[in-house]
Design a protein around this ligand. Structure first.
Ligand code: NDP
Length: 331
């Protein structure tokens, strides 16, 4: 498979180029800056760099495009890529609004292109194991979930995320969107309404760097979710509490296949093992399988719309101080 990168990004450098190369060549990188693009291509062994997305889309050899620019660019770049008949893996959040994200999904549907959202957490062995335990009824009926995803944003990522709302900065589009996908993946439920408070705790300039929210699921189960850029030592985790047991997954809200899972029931506490596959490799493996007509991507476009819808409802609830219904844009 021949790929193009749109965005000379950190996430591509740190995780995705390696995952894409398991399935062929990365032929191009598109950057807004010619010099940075050329340097990036040289550093990562990519044959061609350009500032012109149209040049890449005119290359008949390119079959799929990975978009990892800042968030405000995702929509137009995805729509252009889809119009050129190429499959897309788009970074989260898919767009700046639910309506835009819905439009991207609709555009890919008509020509039958695969359109995936890069929600890596649902590709981790830990999350898939928690999901299986829930689906098997090991904790009975789900009563509540707690998501602990307050981390310390490393200095090399403290750019647009902490000071530029116009390009999609803030912890809500950055991390809450992942947690929304995670809860949907684990429960199979779409949150109905949310309440939230957000604030600045030492890093954000014009955008929130911390948020706590509570979501209601259609079953009546409740979710509490905490995201932050400023917590150095909090650790991450995921808890699912049911009528017959609780699952404690510690250290699993991350990019690496690490952490531990404990299942607590009336029988006692059981450590549950899980596969240690690279999350991004799994995401790309499943995307390629979908392109080849085998299954669907780990997270598709609809999943990307819904995670964004929850995150934007959290932002609206925090700004207004009101309980907000989640608007899935008709999906
Ligand atoms: P980066 O800041 O590294 O890259 C985003 C854009 O910033 C690039 O496309 C590039 O623009 C520009 N850029 C990169 N380096 C520089 C620089 N030194 N000086 C000036 N501009 C620069 O962002 P991330 O890789 O962290 O995030 C990119 C996207 O991926 C976001 O949408 C984010 O939400 C998502 N993401 C997803 C993750 C996941 O696990 N699914 C994890 C991390 C991020 P240009 O296109 O012009 O080259």
């Amino acid at each position: 498979m021949h790929w193009a990168l749109v965005g000379a990004s950190t996430i591509a450098a740190e995780h995705m180029i390696r995952a894409l190369r398991r399935h062929g060549e990365v032929d191009w990188v598109v950057s807004g800056d010619a010099v940075r693009g050329r340097d990036y291509a040289a550093r990562h062994g990519i044959a061609q760099a350009t500032t012109d997305l149209a040049e890449v889309l005119a290359d008949p050899g390119v079959e799929a495009v990975y978009i990892s620019t800042t968030n405000e660019k995702h929509r137009d770049q995805a729509l252009a890529t889809i119009a050129a008949g190429k499959h897309v893996i788009c970074e989260k959040p898919l767009a700046m609004s639910v309506a835009d994200a819905v439009g991207m999904v609709a555009a890919a549907k008509a020509p039958g292109l695969v359109f995936a959202t890069n929600h890596h957490l649902r590709c981790s062995g830990s999350h898939r194991t928690v999901r299986r335990l829930v689906a098997e009824g090991r904790i009975g009926r789900v009563l509540s979930l707690r998501v602990h995803h307050a981390v310390f944003l490393p200095p090399h990522l403290q750019g647009w995320r902490i000071d530029n709302p116009g390009v999609g900065g803030g912890v809500i589009p950055d991390i809450t969107v992942h947690d929304a996908d995670c809860v949907r993946f684990l429960t199979g439920e779409d949150p109905v309404s949310v309440v939230a408070q957000a604030g600045v705790s030492g890093m954000g300039q014009g955008v929130e760097d911390s948020v706590m929210s509570v979501w209601t699921l259609p079953s009546g189960a409740m979710v509490s979710s905490h995201e932050s850029f400023t917590h150095r030592f909090a650790g991450t985790g995921l808890e699912v509490h049911g009528t017959e047991g609780s699952i404690f997954a510690r250290g699993v809200m991350t990019q690496a296949p690490v952490g531990e899972i404990a299942l607590v029931t009336a029988k006692g506490t059981e450590a549950v093992p899980f596969p240690g596959d690279d999350l991004y490799a799994v995401a790309v493996d499943e995307f390629v399988a979908a392109v080849e007509g085998r299954g669907r991507p780990a997270a598709d476009g609809v999943d990307g719309v819904k995670s964004l819808a929850v995150a934007l409802a959290v932002r609206e609830a925090a700004a207004s101080g009101r309980r907000c219904d989640v608007d899935y844009g008709g999906l």
